[in-house]
Design a protein around this ligand. Structure first.
Ligand code: ADP
Ligand code: GLC
Length: 480
């Protein structure tokens, strides 16, 4: 069995701030079914230390030298359903309130990446492939090559780098290269990690990985353009032949309305009507919405940032509320968006509710109770929210971009095809038009709506197909 090490900044079931954690928590299991042994390594954050410390086994300490950094790393291990997770513990670097967004992020993740490579010596395990994810781990292919290249155990390792969001690039001052990563200035001078007048962890991943993937075919095309390329499009065009777009799946064992213990009532594709009715009533009672089963409930579970199209929504809030709908929002993010949704709740008591925060359990109940799930992203590498929504029979209403375009097929009232609704332009009027049209289908075309929900719940959102594609990619690098 070929072996793969996943390296990421977050991963379920331990720590999550977004879809990356969903992927890192579910793809390894699916790859195992394709005959790959996958292990995962992530930092040990404060939340994990508080919640899961009892489950982790201490496996040793190693001194990490990286540029001027000279700090110990404590390693921990935990097995989850046959997948081994490793943790890098350093209280100063990782046991903080947030996961990222600190002035010393360059130093923190330089240390993490070096500690990951040293972990391999510590456990005396050298995978066939190191699969890194997003900027936090982008330097690993270069570090392996430059710092461990003379060791045959590292030399044979192949590198896959997955872009989950090109907008977050890990750009730091040039000095980080030598002082924190312990790499020669040569890599700045030759342009391979240089970005503006500093360095970019993301760019290093794009230049040095053997293969690059991103999380949907459409996004893999979009990022070759200057509109979506976040100024990396030139490098990406240069690596075009090694770039694959593989759409995400979800863990359908955990996200399963038939068995989900957090729901008021479980349901499946045959009895979803009764299931939604009971879950809607429970959510209305829980959140103080008017209790009625004859109203279309719109759900939104998201980071509240421009990426997610929240300003298209805030622009049209009054118009949305003029329809016969209820609106339930869960999320945190930019202050402007949070304030707008607080205003919405205050002005439409009983009809709109905003839960400002991160709440995994409430998210399950919102997916189950909603009829329509709003996700009008400006750009979306893949999106996990719309996949969960479909699986729970909440029809996604999305903008046609990235993974949303690849996974949500708009309703065709003549053929009955589709599993949601979509619009193309970044114009709030077009979004509003589509919401209005969706609500008309809900109230006046109940057979059509029923067909759509059936189609959505029958859409394959599991990892199976995509895990096979990752398997194909791995095979190209290391054989069977
Ligand atoms: P991104 O990773 O860009 O934030 P995705 O759609 O890929 O977007 O993944 C978001 C994930 O985070 C989904 O699983 C969604 O349910 C979850 N999520 C987002 N915001 C919240 C929140 N406030 N509370 C609970 N879960 C959330
Ligand atoms: C990023 C993207 C999102 C994607 C997730 C997991 O957070 O914004 O679209 O689904 O990563 O790949």
């Amino acid at each position: 069995m070929k072996t793969v090490l996943f390296v990421a900044s977050e991963g379920l079931p331990f720590i999550k701030s977004g879809g990356l954690a969903d992927v890192v928590g579910s793809l390894p299991k699916a790859l195992y079914a394709c005959n790959y042994e996958v292990r995962v390594v992530i930092p040990l954050y404060r939340k994990t230390a508080e919640k899961d410390h009892g489950k982790l086994t201490y496996i040793g300490t190693r001194q990490i030298h990286s540029g001027w950094i000279n700090q110990p790393a404590n390693y921990y291990q935990c097995d989850v359903d046959g997948i081994i997770y490793y943790f890098v513990e350093h209280q100063g670097y990782f046991e903080r309130e947030q996961l990222y967004g600190y002035a010393d992020d360059g130093e923190r993740f330089a240390y993490f990446q070096k500690a990951v490579l040293e972990l391999l010596y510590h456990i005396d395990w050298y995978p066939d492939i190191i699969h890194t994810h997003d900027w936090h781990t982008g330097m690993i292919p270069l570090m392996t090559h430059a710092l461990y290249g003379s060791d045959w155990r590292f030399e044979k390792i192949k590198h896959v780098y997955t872009i989950h969001n090109l907008a977050f690039q890990g750009n730091f001052p040039e000095s980080v290269l030598t002082t924190c990563l312990g790499l020669d200035r040569y890599f700045y001078d030759n342009g391979s990690v240089k970005f503006d007048s500093g360095i970019s962890f993301m760019k290093a991943g794009l230049v040095y990985a053997d293969k690059i993937t991103t999380v949907s075919p459409t996004y893999s095309h979009e990022i070759l353009t200057s509109e979506f390329g976040e100024r990396m499009d030139e490098v990406l065009r240069y690596r075009h032949d090694d770039l694959w777009g593989i759409v995400n799946g979800i863990n359908v064992d955990e996200w399963n309305p038939k068995t989900d213990k957090l729901l008021a009532k479980n349901y499946n594709v045959k009895n979803w009507k009764a299931g939604k009715k009971a879950n809607k009533k429970a959510l209305q009672e829980e959140l103080g919405l008017e209790v009625r089963d004859d109203v279309m409930l719109i759900g939104l579970v998201s980071r509240l940032t421009n990426q997610k199209g929240v300003y298209l929504i805030t622009e049209k809030m009054n118009e949305i509320m003029s329809l016969n709908v209820q609106f339930c929002i869960l999320g945190t993010g930019e202050e402007n968006a949070e304030n707008a949704f607080k205003w919405l709740e205050a002005n439409y008591k009983g009809k709109a509710v905003y839960y400002c925060g991160y709440n995994e359990e409430l998210a399950h109940r919102i997916y189950a109770a909603s009829d329509l799930f709003l996700m009008p992203s400006i750009y979306e590498p893949c999106g996990i929210g719309q996949l969960i929504a479909m699986h729970y029979g909440a029809l996604p209403l999305v903008r046609e971009t990235g993974g949303l375009k690849d996974t949500v097929h708009p309703y065709n009232q003549y053929t009955g095809e589709g599993n949601g609704f979509s619009f193309w332009s970044k114009n709030p009027n077009d979004m509003m038009y589509t919401i209005r049209w969706a609500s008309e289908q809900y109230y006046y075309n109940q057979d059509g709506w029923k067909q759509l929900v059936n189609n959505a719940m029958n859409t394959d959102v599991s990892w199976q197909q995509s895990a096979n594609l990752y398997g194909e990619l791995y095979k190209m690098l290391v054989g069977e």
